[in-house]
Design a protein around this ligand. Structure first.
Ligand SMILES: [Zn+2]
Length: 255
């Protein structure tokens, strides 16, 4: 009996030594593969945002915001929106007067325009919101600008690994009558509004229209993409841009 006990004790001792030897070997190997500096690099990578390649791989599972919307990698703008897009009415109005129609006072004025107006309708480049204080018309040059901005935005979202998205137009051309009505409800509205010239439209920076509602992208990321697009168009001298906080829109006049 005692010899049986000692055999069992011997087997247990040998097994323990084998396990110890094995774990030591594993540690040795671990040390060979990862020295401390490499481990630090790995820890550091774990804390940073993923690269564009990682992002493409992990987009569906790993990088969602609190609302469950997908993040996409976008460089921040060089400064705040309120510092960059500061083309106030005094800057925009000369371009509105140069490129636009005479403000429409009444129905008959619509037949005596200096140049034709183009009807704006939801299309692949942009989504037209329900307009409450404006009409869906722009001068051709402004309509072309809107279409180009919409296409550039959609292309940029796709290029950043997102899905198909459209900008949302929230305001177009106003008559003197609608401007006077708006003055009563919106303290930021101006009696000499660029919107009366057919040269100016508003793009929401809080709403964007996805083609696929199951795949929504973080709104701040979409605003950053739109910000880069507008900065590019402004740098190319195609428009003036004001970041309107009260109306949550970019107020844009064709140059
Ligand atoms: Zn506006």
């Amino acid at each position: 009996m005692s010899s049986r006990k000692s055999i069992i004790a011997l087997i247990v001792a040998m097994a323990t030594m084998a396990a110890f030897t094995h774990s030591c070997k594993e540690e040795e190997q671990h040390k060979d593969y990862f020295d401390q500096s490499q481990l630090d690099v790995i820890k550091h990578i774990g804390k940073t945002r993923p690269t564009l390649e990682d992002h493409h791989l992990d987009l569906d599972t790993n990088w969602l915001d609190a609302n469950g919307d997908h993040h996409i990698l976008v460089d921040p703008l060089p400064d705040s929106y309120d510092s960059i897009f500061v083309d106030f009415n005094a800057v925009q109005i000369p371009f509105a007067e140069k490129n636009g129609i005479d403000p429409i006072r009444n129905f008959h004025d619509a037949y005596r325009l200096r140049q034709p107006l183009v009807k704006i309708e939801t299309c692949e480049a942009y989504y037209l919101d329900t307009l409450t204080h404006s009409m869906p018309y722009l001068v051709p040059k402004a309509a072309k600008l809107l279409e180009d901005i919409g296409c550039a935005f959609a292309d940029s979202v796709m290029a950043h690994g997102g899905s198909q998205y459209r900008i949302v137009v929230t305001s177009c051309t106003r008559s003197l009558y609608t401007v006077s009505k708006l003055l009563r409800v919106n303290r930021n509205a101006t009696p000499r509004s660029c919107h009366m010239y057919g040269t100016t439209f508003d793009l929401s920076w809080t709403h964007y229209e996805p083609y696929n509602n199951d795949y929504r992208i973080n709104r701040e990321d979409l605003k950053n993409i739109l910000g880069h697009v507008l900065l590019d168009f402004r740098n190319k001298n195609r428009c003036t841009v004001l970041h309107e906080k009260g109306q949550c829109c970019f107020h844009i006049t064709v140059k």
